[in-house]
Ligand binder design. Structure first.
Ligand SMILES: [Zn+2]
Ligand SMILES: [Zn+2]
Length: 285
């Protein structure tokens, strides 16, 4: 890793009206340390990030997310098991995730879905049949609780759409870190599924071209913005550490791509996040 990678991206000028980081992992940013949590949230506030949904990938993370959302007005939680960890979804885990989902300021179920990238690269990654069963359980939980479902889709676009349709999609579905092209964007638009764009939609490599076409075409009322921090730092800071304060970098890049005023796109994405996660209805901590 070169020395420039250690330098965090600059804190951007806030976008008037603010922005929401619809999907982040505060614990993975080091924020289980209370001092680091305070610093991460303060940097986000400085950049005009008004709300963050910190998302669980395992049970420890889910407990921490629910606890942290209960303590700070800027933080909301999503609880579930990451698809790569689907083997951990035993009866006790199901009962605990259900209990956490009922806690105040837990605004979504997830992240769940299918990950066909790590299946061939990591021995501890759950195989696809186990992932599918866990995904179906999260879909059912989202339906029963009325909470939105946050979908993780890595190299699995068609299979995800198939499972959602076969199981019966919950009322609100978010494709977090949307990674499809215009075809998947059209499916989402037809179904009313939200597309949450991360730093990957700002990348300039050849692989990102189809994703950027999708981001350019996505209907405004279905667009969310996220960091997925500490991963996927937006262009031109790729490879450096990511945090919620970086989401305005992505919003500015997407606005240029969509040929749309920045504050207009930010306002739409904020409205969409408030509607999707019912942020205004959540109790204050
Ligand atoms: Zn994910
Ligand atoms: Zn994530």
């Amino acid at each position: 890793m070169g020395s420039k990678h250690a330098v965090p991206p600059p804190v951007p000028e806030p976008i008037p009206g603010g922005v929401v980081d619809s999907h982040t992992h505060l614990d993975a940013c080091g924020a289980t340390d209370p001092d680091i949590l305070a610093a991460v949230l303060d940097r986000a506030t400085t950049a005009g990030v008004t709300a963050m949904v910190t998302t669980a990938d395992d049970l420890v993370s889910a407990r921490w997310a629910a606890d942290t959302a209960g303590k700070d007005p800027r933080v909301f939680a999503a609880v579930g098991l990451h698809p790569t960890r689907s083997r951990d979804l035993d009866d006790a885990a199901r009962a605990e995730i259900e209990a956490l989902a009922a806690r105040p300021r837990v605004v979504a179920i997830g992240e769940s879905g299918l990950d066909d990238y790590w299946t061939t690269r990591r021995d501890d990654c759950a195989p696809l049949d186990v992932q599918r069963e866990a995904f179906a359980w999260h879909i059912d939980l989202a339906r029963r609780t009325g909470l939105p479902l946050v979908v993780h889709d890595r190299d699995a676009h068609d299979a995800i759409v198939d499972v959602l349709r076969a199981e019966g999609a919950p009322g609100t579905v978010v494709f977090h870190c949307f990674s499809g092209g215009p075809d998947l964007a059209r499916v989402c638009a037809d179904e009313g599924w939200l597309m949450s764009f991360s730093g990957t939609a700002t990348f300039r490599n050849a692989n990102a071209a189809e994703l950027r076409r999708a981001a350019a075409e996505a209907p405004e009322d279905l667009v969310l913005t996220e960091t997925d921090a500490p991963f996927l730092t937006p262009h031109p800071y790729r490879g450096r550490p990511n945090e919620p304060y970086c989401v305005p970098h992505t919003v500015r890049d997407l606005a240029e791509l969509r040929d749309q005023p920045v504050d207009e796109l930010a306002a739409a994405a904020t409205r969409n996040a408030q509607r999707t996660f019912r942020l205004a209805e959540q109790p204050q901590p």
